[in-house]
Write a protein that binds this ligand. Structure first.
Ligand code: SF4
Length: 184
């Protein structure tokens, strides 16, 4: 039986929700695979090496990078799921903020101090030492590790996820289902 691990880096969990859109086929999936580390079972570390790792989201902080590298080490096949993993999606929009000498500070000040939608009477910015360090910019997964396959969409449809997953599990050619790639 194949083992699958999944993770959400800088993503919204929409791609994970889409996995649940395979509906009753999830029963068939459970006959084909065991889930290792994944938010679906709340397992936060690998119990053993996996055949397939599904990555949602891109890398915006040091924890994302460490997690992605661990997935690369622990998974035979690594799959980028959704636009955030493949192209950066919404998180990568912060890379467009680069008007000053310190784009990261400018981005934080926009988010927590300067935006007209912000209510922050203390002018505090997140500074808890437990918070992972932000990267200078957002990096897509393939800029950090080798990605073997990508499943495009925002989120990819349940049908597309099912099609790719069963092909990878069974070692058969990947086909695009009717409806193809969608961006909701
Ligand atoms: Fe969410 Fe879309 Fe990014 Fe998936 S690709 S994590 S659904 S924003």
């Amino acid at each position: 039986m194949k083992r699958i691990a999944t993770v959400s880096l800088a993503g919204c969990f929409g791609c994970h929700m889409s996995l649940l859109d395979i509906d009753e086929r999830i029963i068939d999936l459970m006959k084909l695979v065991e889930f290792d580390r994944t938010p679906l079972n709340d397992l936060k570390s690998f119990t053993r090496r996996c055949d397939i790792g599904l990555i949602e989201g891109s890398c915006c902080n040091e924890e994302n990078v460490a997690t992605l590298r661990e997935f690369r080490r622990q998974c035979d096949t690594l799959v980028g799921v959704g636009q955030c993993a493949i192209m950066g999606g919404l998180p990568v929009m912060r890379n467009a903020i680069m008007h000053s000498d310190d784009p990261l500070l400018e981005c934080l000040e926009e988010a927590y101090l300067n935006s007209r939608l912000v209510y922050n009477p203390t002018n505090d910015m997140p500074n808890d030492p437990a918070l992972p360090l932000l990267l200078d910019k957002v990096y897509i997964c393939s800029q950090v590790v080798k990605i073997d396959y990508v499943i495009p969409g925002c989120p990819p449809s349940g049908d597309l996820l099912w099609s790719v997953l069963t092909a990878l599990i069974n070692g058969t050619p990947i086909t695009t289902p009717p409806g193809g790639v969608k961006y909701d």
